[in-house]
Design a protein around this ligand. Structure first.
Ligand SMILES: *[C@@H]1O[C@H](CO)[C@@H](O)[C@H](O)[C@H]1NC(C)=O
Ligand SMILES: *[C@@H]1O[C@H](CO)[C@@H](O)[C@H](O)[C@H]1NC(C)=O
Ligand SMILES: *[C@@H]1O[C@H](CO)[C@@H](O)[C@H](O)[C@H]1NC(C)=O
Ligand SMILES: *[C@@H]1O[C@H](CO)[C@@H](O)[C@H](O)[C@H]1NC(C)=O
Length: 239
């Protein structure tokens, strides 16, 4: 086993299905190119993690591993419906879903707290709903109570450059729309795990202004491990 990151309380390592430890499946979506962004970091991160597994050793939790499925979706009406349609037809085969995207001008890194019922529009001045009669906003289903964002070492560089990481506005474009659609189907169906809704999170990456690709990958990996641990595993101080 090759150890790639050694962090004080948080160890991530490459893994090829270690027997005897719990394995979780996480869907990571990224968007293809749009506007003047000919390479979309969200696509690169999603592709890089796809079909890989990482082991986690986080203080307070039993060791576990996460295997990733990466989907790159088109930045249009078809693309943003892909996950929703899959979930509606098949239910979930993942233990968590992380959507990645880029906004314009993509200067700050944000973890989005809500999806809004606003259909993507190029003009950004019309406000048609995504779901007629649907809730105006749907909160993320990740376990915020246990999510101490400042514990994540991969994010320390972000806090050197911006004050906030949580955002209450995912915009009015396809990033918001894919998030709302997934949250909508998770809440309305509902798609449940043992102690709540299936965890769904949206992360807005920057256009490689704060992180390079390897750092983006590490950050998304670390957040996914934290998300799985706090959603599925008991906190046991002795681990
Ligand atoms: C979205 O983009 C894909 C790939 O270019 C295309 O096949 C599909 O028809 C597009 N959908 C819409 C609604 O434009
Ligand atoms: C449901 O799952 C089947 C089998 O994996 C797949 O072929 C189909 O495309 C899925 N449905 C949707 C709407 O994605
Ligand atoms: C894309 O255009 C916006 C302005 O519309 C600009 O702020 C941004 O830096 C550009 N990004 C790239 C990758 O050129
Ligand atoms: C994914 O990123 C890592 C770290 O940057 C790199 O070593 C690896 O070659 C990449 N893998 C793929 C399939 O792009």
């Amino acid at each position: 086993m090759k150890i790639i990151f050694l962090i004080l309380l948080f160890l991530i390592f490459n893994s090829i299905t270690v027997s005897g430890i719990k394995t979780f499946q996480v869907l990571i979506t990224g968007f293809g190119p749009f506007l003047n962004y000919t390479t979309n970091p969200s696509e690169l991160v999603s592709q890089n993690l796809s079909s890989t597994c990482k082991g986690f050793n986080i203080e307070g939790y039993e060791p576990f591993q996460v295997c990733y499925e990466g989907w790159v979706v088109d930045v249009n009406e078809t693309g943003v419906q892909k996950v929703q349609k899959y979930l509606e037809q098949n239910g979930t085969k993942w233990d968590a879903i992380i959507h990645l995207g880029l906004d314009d001008p993509a200067l700050e890194l944000h973890i989005e707290l809500i999806g809004a019922n606003i259909k993507a529009s190029a003009s950004r001045s019309s406000f048609d709903p995504i779901v007629v009669g649907g809730p105006n906003i749907i909160p993320s289903s990740f376990n915020l109570r246990q999510f101490n964002i400042r514990d994540l070492s991969s994010l320390s560089k972000v806090f050197d450059q911006q004050n906030e990481i949580f955002s209450r506005d995912a915009g009015t474009y396809f990033c918001n729309e894919i998030y709302y659609r997934t949250l909508y189907v998770v809440h309305e169906t509902p798609i449940l795990i043992q102690n709540g809704f299936l965890p769904v999170l949206f992360i807005h990456l920057t256009d490689f202004l704060i992180f390079n690709l390897a750092q983006d990958i590490r950050m998304v990996t670390e957040i996914s491990g934290y998300l799985i641990a706090t959603s599925y595993l008991p906190y046991e101080p002795n681990f």
